[in-house]
Write a protein that binds this ligand. Structure first.
Ligand SMILES: [Zn+2]
Length: 257
């Protein structure tokens, strides 16, 4: 039985270190072409990469992709500001705590600027001379989740952005902290990117496709029980903060910083 090109990719990813770079290059190319085709640019005229990639990763049906790329925006406007505040508060506390704890090390804790793939919440960068060689120079990146939702599309997008960094995910209400390393997930990243490129090419080369699926907008709805949400949040914050800090330390130690 002949192996499908997709499965062959999993084996190739282990032996060909440049495969992921090649696939990402293709992904960026189809991304700009999709932006041109569907008019998906931001105010500065740049392709809305984070949105396009998220959609390509998240939706496996070409009809759904066609819908999301042609529907009127902006969506995601119904996010309750309470979640926004909680998120800002948690990121603020985390940056403060990490800055204090890492004081004196050759490390810089920063609120990350928006990059073309979107923005992670906190990035820890080495300031040691010559150490900043990889993309954006981040060695550990923390993503803070104040709600229960979690998007693999978003996490994988960050793994592509910070390919050599450890991604620490902090889910506050669940009191969970876990880490992901792009390096260990390279074969899956290759497969994920290659599927997204294939879908994009279908949209670029084909006719509009119809389907009966309903796309969820992914936005959080209004908070109906603020007391419970906030209690859970503040308790989770106190319990989780030391866990995140030690996860960051562990990740830094692993890369010898
Ligand atoms: Zn569909």
């Amino acid at each position: 039985m002949e192996r499908s090109p997709h499965l062959k990719l999993l084996a190739d990813a282990r032996t060909e270190p440049d495969l992921l770079d090649y696939l990402i290059h293709s992904l960026e190319d189809v991304c700009s072409r999709l932006a041109d085709k569907f008019g998906l640019h931001d105010r500065a005229g740049r392709p809305r990469k984070a949105f396009i990639l998220d959609s390509l990763f998240r939706l496996s049906c070409p009809g759904c992709l066609w819908k999301i790329f042609t529907q009127t925006r902006p969506h995601n406007l119904n996010i309750d500001t309470l979640y926004g505040e909680m998120h800002e508060f948690a990121v603020n506390l985390l940056i403060g705590t990490l800055t204090q704890t890492l004081d004196g090390e050759e490390l810089n804790v920063c609120y990350e600027d928006a990059h073309e793939y979107g923005r992670a919440d906190v990035a820890i960068k080495s300031t040691r001379f010559g150490a900043v060689v990889e993309t954006n120079g981040a060695c550990v990146v923390v993503e803070v989740k104040t709600g229960k939702k979690l998007s693999f599309a978003q996490l994988f997008r960050y793994l592509l952005q910070y390919r050599d960094a450890t991604l620490v995910v902090w889910r506050i209400p669940m009191r969970q902290v876990f880490t992901l390393k792009g390096e260990r997930l390279r074969a899956l990243l290759c497969l994920y990117v290659s599927s997204a490129v294939a879908r994009a090419l279908k949209l670029l080369n084909g006719e509009p496709v119809a389907c009966n699926h309903k796309i969820s907008d992914g936005g959080a709805s209004a908070v109906s029980e603020p007391q419970r949400v906030l209690d859970e949040f503040f308790e989770g914050l106190v319990e989780g903060l030391p866990k995140v800090v030690s996860a960051v330390f562990e990740s830094l130690r692993e890369v010898g910083l």
